[in-house]
Design a protein around this ligand. Structure first.
Ligand code: C2E
Ligand code: MG
Ligand code: MG
Ligand code: MG
Length: 284
């Protein structure tokens, strides 16, 4: 009896593994075609100044994958597969090039003021790719975008592999006039020793802390500590995932500099951004 049950659970396990592997293999193959088939598109989430309410500062660029038969897949589903299958560098180049082109087009067409920036997520693999700097230089030359209009977001966990090399590359990026943000702060290793070594200008406070800001004393204290730490070290703070007025009020009280979240706006397709006529955000 026990033996046959054991076998049965093996069979279930095998089938689950099989389906997972199949999904991975299929997704990997589909990802290889996605750029050519023009299945990727970029969404733009407004980044809003919290101290001069509610001035638009820029947009975080978020990648979406639209497969005609499967619909839209969010980044958190396929970015890990793109990383695992070593496709993220090629896809990341596409994101960089297209986001820079788009912002330049908006500037030329007078749809945005030239002080707005795009903030683009970089994966750890891109940071370790020796051709990253060449790619960035080429894209800036091609698009003629002011480097100050480009910011790059890096997560702490992508930096731990080789801190020395990562710091050097970040310094080279910084020397182009491109600012760096530390994304999802508080969820990685958050080493205070390295915090000051990295040439970053901004800390993005992870949504998990903002989430319980107004009903969890603990999250309030953590967020308050992060904002104060960032200020003490001279970093700008951006809060992720602001969904309610209460959270906004708390963050303003803590002197957090900027934020993003569904309270202000969901990530928008390019055509919707173009309709943002003024730089004042309406709160939902
Ligand atoms: P992230 O960089 O921390 O981006 C913020 C995520 O929070 C986005 O999810 C965004 O849609 C979501 N978000 C924004 N406001 C709210 C809110 O008020 N409530 C909630 N619940 N969620 C909110 P998304 O677009 O699914 O992206 C997930 C992650 O995938 C990103 O996290 C980023 O790490 C990665 N990613 C996205 N685009 C790219 C890309 O072009 N390249 C790379 N390497 N990674 C990317
Ligand atoms: Mg980000
Ligand atoms: Mg983030
Ligand atoms: Mg996050």
């Amino acid at each position: 009896q026990a033996k046959s049950q054991g076998k049965a659970s093996y069979a279930v396990f095998d089938q689950k593994m099989y389906l997972q592997t199949l999904h991975l293999v299929e997704t990997e193959a589909a990802l290889r075609q996605a750029v050519k088939k023009q299945e990727f598109c970029l969404y733009y989430q407004p980044l809003v100044n919290l101290q001069q309410p509610h001035r638009l500062e820029g947009f975080e660029v978020l990648l979406r994958w639209h497969q005609p038969e499967k619909g839209i897949m969010s980044a958190s589903e396929f970015i890990p597969i793109a990383e695992e299958t070593r496709q993220i560098n090629r896809i990341g180049d596409w994101v960089l090039r297209n986001a820079c082109k788009q912002l330049k087009t908006w500037q030329v067409e007078g749809k945005v003021t030239t002080d707005l920036y795009v903030s683009i997520n970089l994966s750890g693999q891109q940071l370790r790719d020796p051709s990253l700097l060449d790619t960035i230089d080429t894209i800036l030359t091609e698009t003629q975008l002011d480097p100050q209009c480009l910011k790059l977001e890096i997560t702490e966990s992508s930096l731990i592999h080789n801190i020395q090399v990562a710091t050097e590359i970040m310094e080279l990026i910084r020397s182009r006039g491109i600012e760096l943000s530390l994304d999802d702060f508080g969820t990685g290793f958050s080493s205070l020793r390295y915090l000051q070594q990295f040439p970053i200008s901004t800390i993005k406070i992870d949504r998990s802390f903002v989430d319980g800001l107004n009903n969890s004393d603990r999250n309030f204290r953590i967020t308050s500590a992060i904002v104060n730490l960032a200020k003490a070290l001279g970093f700008k703070t951006i809060a992720e995932g602001i969904e309610s007025h209460e959270q906004l009020i708390e963050l303003q009280g803590l002197s957090c500099d900027a934020g993003q979240g569904y309270l202000f706006s969901q990530p928008l397709p390019a055509t919707k951004v173009e309709n943002y006529s003024t730089c004042a955000i309406q709160i939902a």
